[in-house]
Design a protein. Sequence first.
Length: 216
Amino acid sequence: MTARAITEDAVLHDVGGSGPPPTQSGGGDEHRPGVPRAPRRAYFTALGLGIATITMFFMALVSAFIVRKGMGSDWQPFALPKMLWLTTALLIASSLTVERARRMLAAGNAEAFATWWKVTTLLGLAFVAGQFLAWLDLSAQGVFLASNPSSSFFYVLTGAHGLHLLGGIVALLYVGLRSWKGIEYRRATAADVTSVYWHFMDGLWVFLFLLLHLGR
């Protein structure tokens, strides 16, 4: 389950009755009679299930990485692109900025929230661009997906993480670009759900980066 799907679901319903009542001119955002209001915890439960699924998927890849490396002498280590150090720093910084944005929103400072949220989105995009440049660097060195088992796992692990991170970027854009007039109280749930997913993707990448760097 992607962050975008969870975020969209989170803002289509009231968050357990908290905040002001929904407006009647919100273009379909108002609470419809007969439709139960989903409590805030429901969205975090869904997010938790999604994170658990992603974790199991990557743990399976990591297990395969470790087993394959010990199977024979055809494993050929290669130098990781230096760009990965920069992209790692960018992603760690984005966790700090998204948390700053969330706290600004909780304090009622919507303008500061928008600024820090935008910075987080830009850092996320910069991370993806940096990962792509790292791939180009490897290809220039003649290291491709099918070159060696070690390079195959590098491309698979970084590519899978990048795809899941793109889901987080879509969620960041959704929260940052949507008009929340009249339903500001729903933005808090959407921002919190997206922030937790983003922190998870950050931690996952640090783990994968250390695995690729130390496990060569």
